[in-house]
Design a protein around this ligand. Sequence first.
Ligand SMILES: Nc1ncnc2c1ncn2[C@@H]1O[C@H](COP(=O)(O)OP(=O)(O)O)[C@@H](O)[C@H]1O
Ligand SMILES: [Mg+2]
Length: 283
Amino acid sequence: MSAPAARRPPRVACDQKRRGDPASASNDISESNDRAERLLADQAALSRTLEHRVTERTRQLRALMFQVAMAEERERREIAADLHDDLGQLLAVAGLKLGALMSDDKHPSPELREVNELILRAKMSVGSLAFQISPPVLFELGLVPALEWLAEEMHRVYGLEVEVRDDRKPKPLDQTVRAIVFRAVRELLINVAKHAKVGRAEVDIRRNASKLVVSVTDKGVGFEVRPFDKPQTGGGFGLPSLRERLGYIGGALHIDAVPGDGTVATVSAPFEVKTGAPGRVWS
Ligand SMILES: Nc1ncnc2c1ncn2[C@@H]1O[C@H](COP(=O)(O)OP(=O)(O)O)[C@@H](O)[C@H]1O
Ligand SMILES: [Mg+2]
């Protein structure tokens, strides 16, 4: 079947081209230039639309992840309160009753004393667990006292001595920012205890313009930092998930480490998160 006549190039134009008509050739050139320009403009508009959609989707995703982080934090606080109020209270009552029994008995048996000791240890464990899950001091008193408490815990649990320094400038932090930064510092300190082969670390808390900056320094074995989109060789999810969580609130993690020459891990975060509306409290 032959093509419709309209699609065929006009015979005259072909004849003119063949004869090398300069006016027609320059018309053709300017027409194809126009077409190329229109194509380029369309392409630029398309890429602007795509870019806009990607930015919008990223913003939505970040807002969603922020909501998830906030919900998780609420959940943690509830679990910690349940642990403390329910299990903690039951153990406290059991301890009191046992104490009364033992004081009635002039010579309590070694088994009774052992049970008393176990209850005491269980009470301490519950308290410490509740604190680890969600330290009330973080919300009641702020990030600095919570990090000071964490330093004591690190010493008690891992034998790591931690010095906490604060520049004493006011830091008006969202509750979510507090919680995420607290958990980040905790992970970094546990990393020092687990990997750095050193008995000491320093935590510096500073205000830099309208940003919170916390660095964790150790003079341990250091390590080779891989690009952040690749997991550390043999490493777990600690650093990647820390980085991701900081990303939700517009923060960042920077690691300066050299094998054999210690590690400085710096967490930075805005004071408040724009996407949500968590209660603002002063650190
Ligand atoms: N302060 C540190 N000193 C020495 N090595 C470290 C330190 N922090 C992290 N690392 C190295 O980085 C790796 C990745 O850490 P992380 O992502 O927290 O995973 P994990 O602690 O579960 O191994 C660790 O396995 C360790 O090799
Ligand atoms: Mg880790």
